[in-house]
Write a new protein. Structure first.
Length: 422
């Protein structure tokens, strides 16, 4: 019999959580025999050892991963994370969520994810470049526009993607932009990609507010994580009239019940590498997820809303900018409390949607104006939100179960049409 400690550990294992979410939805679908096993398991997991020359002349060996969960609907798609806590289980969970995310928004990609165990805050730009190039070189037989297309994730950015394009292109002896997405505009990037995940969060929040008859104007919002996803979500929601009342990142947190000046906070965070000390607000003393607000946007890491703190959440809407911020046990508590959770595989799918547009533009060699990108993003996200909401209403389930049901059905349909190669 597992003790309480190991139960808590299990609740915090992202791979176990991704599997529980999958199982709950799959149980409601009449899946053909054996198919569940086929789509549940990752297709391929690769571990690489990456020797890197450090600035002081020493040699360090980093561990990197790439998991391709599925290529049934198209090339594996998913970001690369640099973080000291990266594990193979975490990368595996993130890869599976990518499969379901791409299916929810109905774009022709499978799911993948990569990670390197490292602390980029303690590395120079040169060390990061050498690490990135070694990772890209070692995995260049997996990567490719038709096979596996990475993108940025936590602690990786446009610059990292540009290094990957360059490394891959040197190996291929030609420039290949479509090998990664989330690139700088000058290196085959798409207008609107940097803001796409945050814009998708905004579009989902708008839809949720409309469904629940809550006006966005004047709504109070707390945002955990002020990186790519959190900062853009906060900025765009402010433009819709919402009040950002609390923000936190790895440096600390600030709050103001009257609403923070988001443009000033953006500038402060850029100049000071974090939100801590922002003079336009008071230091946050309570955990941000428990802050008294109408809308909570977790936009940092996994396992932020657990069975320990879910009972203390005030928000009426949780918009999951991050991947896996809510554990399955917490989900149950939130459902009982009547909290409307917009699940990660729907809420943060704006990034991969515009990644798909970027990949299409690279392959066409023809680039769209930002308004066209944003217009297509809105069409895609609104359709996905409505598909999931309709499924939730039809089956009397929450939005997460409904999103998984929509996604699993789409993947299974393709497997049935393609058949199993033997
Ligand atoms: P990022 O590196 O740009 O930002 C991460 C932010 O989280 C930083 O502000 C960091 O300080 C903060 N943070 C880290 N630990 C924290 C903690 N314990 N408490 C509060 N803040 C903390 O990363 P990002 O790209 O914004 O990604 C954030 C989340 O969104 C991740 O879960 C990622 O997988 C997910 N996501 C990102 C994208 C994308 O396009 N970038 C797309 C979909 C999902």
């Amino acid at each position: 019999m597992p003790d309480e400690g190991s139960n808590i550990q299990k609740d915090l294992n992202p791979l176990a959580n991704a599997e529980r979410q999958f199982e709950e939805a799959a149980a409601r679908l009449n899946l053909p025999q054996g198919i569940k096993e086929v789509i549940k398991r990752p297709r391929r997991a690769t571990i690489v050892s990456l020797p890197v020359q450090m600035d002081d002349g020493s040699l360090r060996v980093f561990t990197g991963y790439r998991v391709q969960h599925s290529i049934v609907r198209g090339p594996a798609k998913g970001g690369i994370r640099y973080h000291p806590d990266v594990t193979l289980d975490e990368v595996g969970a993130l890869a599976a969520w990518m499969t379901w995310k791409c299916a929810v928004v109905n774009i022709p990609f499978g799911g993948g994810k990569g990670g390197v165990i490292c602390d980029p805050t303690k590395m120079s730009k040169g060390e990061l470049e050498r690490l990135t190039r070694r990772y890209a070189a070692d995995l260049s037989d997996l990567f490719g526009p038709e096979s596996d297309v990475p993108a940025p994730d936590v602690n990786t950015n446009e610059q990292v993607m540009a290094w990957i394009v360059d490394t891959y292109s040197m190996h291929e002896r030609r420039t290949e932009y479509a090998v990664v997405t989330g690139k700088p505009l000058e290196v085959g990037g798409s207008a609107g990609r940097r803001e796409a995940t945050g814009r998708g969060v905004l579009l989902c929040v708008r839809e949720a507010c409309q469904h629940l008859a809550i006006p966005i104007a004047g709504a109070t919002v707390a945002v955990q994580g002020f990186g790519n996803v959190g900062s853009v979500s906060a900025d765009l929601l402010t433009r819709d009239g919402a009040k950002i009342v609390a923000v936190s990142d790895v440096t600390g947190g600030v709050h103001d019940r009257a609403g923070l000046d988001v443009p000033a906070l953006l500038k402060w965070a850029a100049d000071h590498r974090g939100v801590a000390g922002f003079p336009g607000g008071k230091p946050l003393t309570t955990p941000i997820v428990e802050y008294d607000c109408g809308i909570l946007i977790p936009a940092a890491l996994e396992n932020q809303i657990t069975r320990e703190n879910a009972g203390r959440i005030h928000a009426r809407i949780i918009a999951e900018g991050a991947n896996g911020p809510t554990t399955p046990d917490a989900d149950k508590i939130l459902e009982e409390k009547g909290v409307f959770v917009i699940p990660d595989i729907l809420c943060n799918s704006g990034g991969v949607t515009v990644s798909y547009f970027e990949w299409v533009q690279n392959r066409m060699g023809f680039y769209w104006p930002e308004a066209e990108v944003n217009g297509r993003l809105e069409q895609t996200m609104v359709a996905a939100f409505r598909d999931v909401l309709a499924k939730a209403m039809e089956h009397g389930v929450n939005m997460r179960v409904a999103a998984f049901m929509v996604a699993i059905e789409r993947v299974v349909k393709v497997i049935m049409l393609r058949g199993v190669y033997a």
